[in-house]
Ligand binder design. Structure first.
Ligand code: 0RQ
Length: 502
């Protein structure tokens, strides 16, 4: 509603989504808001998709744009544009089925970056010039500054870098989001960087609003639609077992004195298993934990409400419809406990290292030596992307990777002789957990790790064959640091591709 647009100069630029979509040219680099289904533009991408569909139906040079975001968005953005083959290049993360199909069929280029690094790449000119920023906000203030929406992502950078800006003002975003954000304007490129003075997840180091040069704004579009996120499945036996192993591990580390009883700031990926771990933490004896993470999912709201979690710092929400309802109804309770930052701060290596975060992320497969693949199916098909997992895994105090021990009804082992793609190297991975158990890899050599991973994490159906591979590799007379049989190392994947079973 117009009441959310208090700047008179920007009120003059109100137009329809269709009119705004006309302002985006073929080949444009477009920086869009959006992070894990939160705070993405809801109207202009769909109008643009319609324009592209129409254009392409009438022939001529295909109309495609390059889409840069914070992370994943939703069907109205990635889905709609991919459907009409309107995306030439996508970065830095997606999880949309139509997008994924295009990436894997080779009809969409995709660059998968660590999420903390994207803005500095843009600043450094590595990605080319940004033409237009298309940003959802919760409101525009009299001076033209912006009340951010349910995610911050790369919006600060896109607004600064783009020649032109289109704003979507979404009246369905809770007006009380105002004041929850902390936008830091102290970043610089080397050699002029200064330390980031944040020493606790609750610290505020910036401002509540996004600066916006009014002259660059070429359109303002009013919308009223909720963020779209799928509900979580209730934790199943597998994810509950994984959560139990992690909780036992935390208890033991506290007893030994390697973790304080409030733990250290937790980072948790999205998905059913991380959500189950959060539920497990909430049911346990913990109080006043902190989170320094990317996304706030349903499990974190519950923990904030119960007091298990005292404060959560993130760059976005990723809530189910029930979660959004809970947040809206009790926003006064959550407002003081949640801080939303831009993703180059929420995921900053300096901060992850200083705070000593406990990183918990999913894996697709891990190998005997602890290398982790989080992105690729059978070495070549993109699933989602690395997201923030690498920002946190390498720089955190503990990096925990979780997965069921098998996939596709037991046809695939998540523990393989050699990963078919590496996202997190053996040097970054400290702990692997499946429903079978937990392998603590700290202080172990590669061959010692192989025993821990096979014995604790592999599914019994695959355990003996893994051990057989390892023993034969050790006996092969080749290198004994990470013994491999090169002609067999990827044979499990090959077998799955040809026979449908590893
Ligand atoms: O596919 O549902 O079609 O069967 O992968 O697997 O077990 O449900 O686990 O939802 O937690 O996803 C690594 C993909 C795990 C995720 C990954 C198939 C499996 C299923 C999903 P189906 P699960 P999850 C913060 C951190 C990278 C980004 C990240 C991810 C589907 O955690 O994207 O960490 N991580 N971000 O069947 C073939 C295997 C498989 C397999 C699983 N070995 N082979 N298929 N699957 N293992 C968030 C952000 O950064 C935004």
């Amino acid at each position: 509603s117009t009441s959310r647009i208090l700047c008179s100069r920007l009120r003059e630029r109100i137009m329809s989504a269709e009119q705004a979509a006309e302002l985006i040219s073929p080949g444009a680099n477009v920086g869009m808001s959006g992070f894990t289904g939160a705070g993405y533009p809801k109207a202009v991408p769909a109008a643009l998709a319609e324009r592209i569909r129409h254009h392409n139906a009438t022939g001529g040079k295909p109309f495609r744009i390059n889409v840069w975001t914070g992370a994943s968005t939703a069907p109205e953005l990635d889905g709609a544009l991919a459907e009409v083959d309107g995306i030439e290049m996508r970065l830095p993360f997606q999880s949309d089925p139509i997008c994924r199909g295009r990436i894997n069929s080779g009809t969409m280029e995709y660059v998968d970056y660590h999420l903390s690094e994207v803005s500095q790449y843009a600043w450094s000119g590595f990605l080319g010039k940004m033409d237009i920023a298309l940003i959802e906000v919760a409101g525009i203030r009299e001076d033209g500054s912006l009340i951010p929406s349910s995610s911050v992502g790369n919006n600060k950078t896109w607004i600064e870098q783009a020649d032109k800006i289109i704003l979507e003002v979404n009246a369905q975003q809770n007006a009380k989001l105002e004041g929850m954000h902390d936008i830091y304007y102290g970043t610089a490129l080397p050699p002029n960087r200064k330390p980031i003075m944040l020493t606790h997840p609750a610290d505020r180091i910036g401002e509540a609003y996004l600066h916006c040069p009014v002259d660059k704004v070429i359109a303002v579009v009013e919308t009223s639609a909720a963020d779209r996120n799928s509900p979580f499945k209730a934790p199943d036996a597998t994810s509950r077992r994984i959560a139990e192993h992690i909780l036992e591990f935390f208890q033991r580390e506290i007893e030994i004195g390697r973790l304080p009883k409030e733990l250290l700031p937790i980072q948790s990926g999205v998905g059913n298993i991380p959500n189950a771990v959060l539920e497990g933490l909430d049911a346990g004896p913990f109080k006043n934990l902190t989170a320094f993470t990317e996304v706030i999912q349903d499990g974190m709201l519950k923990m904030l409400k119960s007091g298990t979690l005292g404060v959560a710092s993130a760059t976005a929400f990723s809530l189910s419809p029930d979660g959004i309802r809970e947040f809206d109804e009790n926003i006064d309770l959550y407002r003081d406990k949640i801080i939303l930052r831009q993703q180059d701060i929420s995921n900053h290596p300096e901060l992850a290292r200083r705070l000593g975060i406990i990183a918990m992320n999913g894996l697709i497969e891990a190998d005997l030596y602890g290398n982790v693949n989080s992105t690729h199916i059978m070495g070549s098909r993109m699933m989602n992307g690395i997201g923030g997992s690498g920002d946190f895994a390498r720089n955190g105090y503990l990096s925990i990777f979780v997965s069921p021990s098998t996939a596709k009804d037991g046809a695939i082992s998540s523990i393989v002789p050699m990963v078919s793609h590496v996202d997190h190297t053996e040097h970054d991975v400290k702990i692997i957990v499946t429903e079978q158990g937990l392998a603590d890899l700290r202080g172990l050599s590669p061959r010692q790790r192989a025993h821990a991973i096979i014995n604790n994490c592999a599914h019994p159906d695959f355990r003996e064959r893994l051990l057989d591979y390892f023993n034969r590799a050790c006996a092969s007379g080749r290198g004994m640091h990470t013994p491999h049989l090169l002609d067999e190392a990827l044979s499990w994947h090959q077998r799955y591709e040809t026979e449908g079973r590893m």
